[in-house]
Design a protein around this ligand. Sequence first.
Ligand code: UDP
Ligand code: MG
Length: 313
Amino acid sequence: MNDLTISIVIPAYNEAENIKPIHRALQKEFAKLSCSYEAVFIDDGSKDQTLKTLQSLAAQCPEVKYISFTRNFGKESAIFAGLEHAIGDAVIIMDADMQHPPAIIPQLLKGYHEGYQQVIARRNRNGEAKSHSFLSSLYYKTINNVINVELKDGEGDFRLLGRKAIEAVLELSEGNRFSKGLFSWIGFDQKTVYYENIQRENGTSKWSLRQLLNYGIEGIVSFNQKPLRICLYAGLISLFLALAYILFMLFQIIRYGVDVPGYFTLISSVLFLGGAQLLSLGVIGEYVGRIYMETKKRPHYLVQESNTDCDRE
Ligand code: UDP
Ligand code: MG
């Protein structure tokens, strides 16, 4: 056994029936490997037996650590807490639902031994609903045109981070966390390994359509100010068009006199400009809201119970 310790960070929200299977799978995988490991489970305010299962598992297995939040703070905060508490030389972030196959771990470690600070597990979209894959690929195409870090379809949080990369992610202390973007933003040498998409074994996905939509918006707004710039351009263009139209009308009036009809043009321009203004205000509001949240400097999460050293949060 060499001196290397790997921390596996596992956010878990209502995953009671998945805790034991994933723990067994990790045990099996690490029995074949020559390094020690710890499994850091983050109970993200689960309402089922997740915490109880973790407590009993931790009582039996010393490599099991758990941090239990006071309420549901979201997966991003759970990952942050896991990274803060992980003591390993490298961390592997994976879901509790076995959709991130532990069998990939040796390949991730191989990348780490080759010197990569980020080894990313990328999945294909086999077995997924066509509409879902289509919407995702459309989203990635759009978002990559808008934001200034690159996001790739199929790359999620399932990845290995070396110590330097972990410290870099922890230094980004913003409250509105969009991990995919943060991982891309920190850079470092990266290697990608591929795996087959797997459907969830137990329980259901924790993402509703609304959450996915909000996550998508988060991705766009948290990484740059381009949407504000788009509003500015849209405003300038409509102002220019309006001016041109006013001049045109003036010219018509001078030439042919006042013309009463014009309801259509009037109402359509009022509606269009009203819509454009509301949209711009909404975008500005998104940014102002974020500034407001960030100025509060609230902690990312609150711990109710843990069997790790909790000084760091
Ligand atoms: N998760 C979490 N907090 C949440 C929602 C999800 O910690 O508020 C965890 C969840 O338990 C799982 C992982 O994040 O381990 C991924 O969630 P899920 O499988 O629901 O997402 P999907 O695979 O459908 O993207
Ligand atoms: Mg899942």
